[in-house]
Design a protein around this ligand. Structure first.
Ligand SMILES: NC(=O)C1=CN([C@@H]2O[C@H](COP(=O)(O)OP(=O)(O)OC[C@H]3O[C@@H](n4cnc5c(N)ncnc54)[C@H](O)[C@@H]3O)[C@@H](O)[C@H]2O)C=CC1
Ligand SMILES: O=C([O-])CC(=O)C(=O)O
Length: 328
């Protein structure tokens, strides 16, 4: 057996935390041969609830779980961490956009970025789930000058998975027959789920996208507003599907994406596809050797270009907003 990988989960006592921790401990995230040591980071008022979750983790007797520590201090919570899942943040309620959380949540990610900078392992990989995820990832990365920017990522895998399912339903094929979808831009209502480069049961996704009424009035808004639809139906924001997407994201980052396919992740832009440098935007990505690569060279039609530009413009505005709040 290899040495345990240290995994820190913030917001461990929250609803995503509860859906996430057991799957990490079971080996679903890092693999069935990789032991994990869990660090649960919470605010002091939620430490007792985190202790309850830790008791339940114990009671599962997971063979891969090498230990559980609970912290309410970021320096200790990120000490030596290899994988950090930044989930802890307020969720939105009905009628809110995720950007409405910027002021409430933005302040969490600067100190956590600094703690990661100062205390995490050299190979640390960070996934930001707490909303607004892209800009919170930007805040964390900006406060961690010694950590390479490509180690900070934002979760758009839930949007990606939602898009896969919508396309599979529409084409009446299995989800596994849908490949090379892309979520571009922000994890917000402005995101652009791109079907034009996809492959659907061996046929070009562009064939489905040719039905522009379905594309623009059904597919794109269904994916982009799915979070709000879940809040409306459940009375709480998505949790199990969000946890599942976090598992998928880290799994693929560490273990690689399947040959011939790609996925979506929010990455620090270095200017690909005209996305300005220094915002965290979702791109089509593959992973190998533990690093994401943006899939280059896709041709973008006018509709795609306009949608990507609109979502990127929103990210630029969010960056200005957090800069004026002194968070970056
Ligand atoms: N990127 C994505 O696709 C998705 C993101 N989210 C976001 O994930 C976040 C968490 O959602 P839930 O688990 O449903 O919320 P929740 O309210 O159930 O749990 C949040 C937890 O974070 C903790 N917390 C707050 N501040 C903290 C801090 N500074 N350090 C450590 N822990 C802290 C709270 O005590 C609470 O236990 C929300 O911001 C939500 O909007 C949710 C679904 C999908
Ligand atoms: O919509 C929300 O506020 C929670 C979330 O990010 C999602 O479900 O995609």
């Amino acid at each position: 057996m290899t040495a345990p990988v240290n995994v820190t989960v913030t917001g461990a006592a929250g609803q995503i935390g509860y859906a996430l921790l057991f799957r990490i401990a079971s080996g679903a995230m890092l693999g069935p041969e990789v032991p994990v040591r869990l660090r649960l980071l919470e605010i002091p008022q939620a430490v007792k609830a985190a202790e309850g979750t830790a008791m339940e983790l114990d009671d599962c007797a997971f063979p891969l779980l090498a230990g559980i520590d609970i912290h309410d201090d970021a320096a200790a919570g990120f000490a030596g961490t290899n994988v950090a899942l930044l989930v802890g943040a307020r969720p939105r309620g009905p009628g809110m956009e995720r950007a409405d959380l910027l002021e409430a949540n933005g302040g969490i990610f600067g100190p956590q970025g600094r703690a990661i900078n100062d205390h995490a392992a050299d190979d640390v990989r960070v996934l930001v789930v707490g909303n607004p995820a892209n800009t919170n990832a930007l805040i964390a990365a900006s406060n961690a000058p010694d950590v390479p920017k490509d180690r900070f990522t934002a979760m758009t895998r839930l949007d990606h998975n939602r898009a896969l399912s919508q396309v599979a339903h529409r084409a009446d094929v299995a989800v596994r027959d849908v490949r090379r979808l892309t979520i571009w831009g922000n994890h917000s209502a402005s995101q652009y789920p791109d079907l034009f480069h996809a492959e659907v049961a061996g046929r070009p996704g562009a064939e489905l996208a040719a039905d522009t009424a379905w594309l623009t009035d059904d597919f794109i808004p269904t994916v982009a507003k799915r979070g709000a639809a879940i809040i409306d139906a459940r009375g709480a924001s998505s949790a199990a599907s969000a946890a599942n997407a976090a598992i998928d994201h880290v799994h693929d980052w560490v273990r690689g994406t399947p040959d011939g396919d790609w996925t979506s992740a929010g990455l620090w832009s270095t200017g690909q596809y005209g996305v300005p440098e220094g915002i965290v935007s979702s791109f089509p990505v593959t992973s190998s050797g533990g690093a994401w690569q943006v899939v280059e060279g896709l041709e973008l039609d006018d509709l795609s270009r306009a949608r990507i530009d609109a979502s990127v413009a929103e990210l630029v505005e969010e960056r200005q907003a957090v800069a004026s709040l002194g968070l970056i």
